[in-house]
Design a protein around this ligand. Structure first.
Ligand SMILES: [Zn+2]
Length: 226
C-alpha cells in the first residue's frame, strides 16, 4: 500500500491540537492580529497570512489516510508537485461525484476550486487502484487551460468575542475566484491552500490530458524548513 506524501501519520498532531492556534494580539492604537509568541519566518506566507503549525513525523506510527498533513499539503500545492510521490505533477484528478456536483451547481464555465493537489501519470494509476473513494465512486481528469492557487481554507479570529470562526474559504489578494468573501488577513489562521482551475475539459483517459494547464500565480517554493 502506497502512503501518499501528503498523508498525516498518527505521530503528527494535525490541527486538532489547540496549541497550534496562534494568539490574538490586541492593544491600543494597533490593529488586532494573530501572532505566535515565538514566531518564525516560515509561519507566514508571502501575503503575511499566518499558518497553523503541525508536528512533523512522517513514517512514525500509522498512516491516517483520511487526514492530510498541512505542511506537506501546502508544499505540493505551492510547487505543483504530485501529492503522492512529489515528482512534477501532470494531472488534476478528482472524484466523479464532486465534479458532477460542480457542473450541476455552477456549470461547466465556472472555475473549479479544489484542495486536492495534482498527481503524476504513474501515481494516478496507483490512486485509482488504492483510494477507496475513487475506486467506489469513479473519477475524472480535469484539463484546465489555466490554474492558480487562489484561496486558503482557514479560521478567522473575531476580536470582539476572542474566538475563531469555523474553517472557511478566504480568497488570496489579487486572485481570480468566485468563492468566499474578503476578510482581514491579519486575523486568518490558514490550514490549506485552494487551487482554482479555469476553462476545464474533463477526460476519462489520462493520456488525453497535456498537463496541469498554464499557471497564473508564481510557483513559489514553500518557506517551510523541511
Ligand atoms: Zn507521483
Amino acid at each position: 500500500m502506497t502512503v501518499p506524501y501528503i498523508t498525516a501519520w498518527s505521530a503528527e498532531d494535525v490541527l486538532a491540537d489547540p496549541d497550534t492556534l496562534p494568539l490574538l494580539r490586541t492593544g491600543p492604537g494597533r490593529a488586532p492580529a494573530l501572532v505566535y509568541p515565538d514566531e518564525q519566518s516560515q509561519d507566514r506566507d508571502r501575503y503575511g497570512i499566518l499558518w497553523r503549525r503541525a508536528t512533523w513525523a512522517p513514517g512514525e506510527g500509522q498512516p491516517r489516510f483520511a487526514r492530510v498533513h498541512p505542511i506537506r499539503h501546502r508544499r505540493v500545492m505551492l510547487r505543483g508537485s504530485c501529492q503522492i510521490c512529489t515528482a512534477p505533477a501532470s494531472l488534476w484528478m478528482t472524484a466523479a461525484p464532486a465534479w458532477h456536483a460542480h457542473l450541476e451547481r455552477l456549470g461547466p464555465a465556472a472555475p473549479y476550486l479544489t484542495v486536492d493537489p495534482p498527481v503524476c501519470h504513474s501515481c494516478a494509476i496507483t490512486a485509482a487502484h488504492q483510494c477507496p473513494g475513487l475506486r467506489a465512486d469513479g473519477y475524472v481528469f480535469l484539463a484546465p487551460r489555466r490554474w492558480a492557487n487562489v484561496a486558503v481554507r482557514g479560521q478567522v479570529a473575531d476580536p470582539a468575542s476572542d474566538s475563531f470562526s469555523e474553517s472557511r474559504l478566504i480568497p488570496l489578494p489579487g486572485a481570480v475566484t468566485t468563492g468566499g468573501t474578503p476578510v482581514d488577513l491579519r486575523l486568518v489562521a490558514a490550514e490549506s491552500l485552494v487551487s482554482g482551475l479555469f476553462e476545464i475539459t474533463a477526460h476519462h483517459d489520462p493520456d488525453e490530458v497535456a498537463g496541469l494547464g498554464r499557471r497564473l500565480d508564481t510557483p513559489a517554493r514553500s518557506r517551510t524548513a523541511r
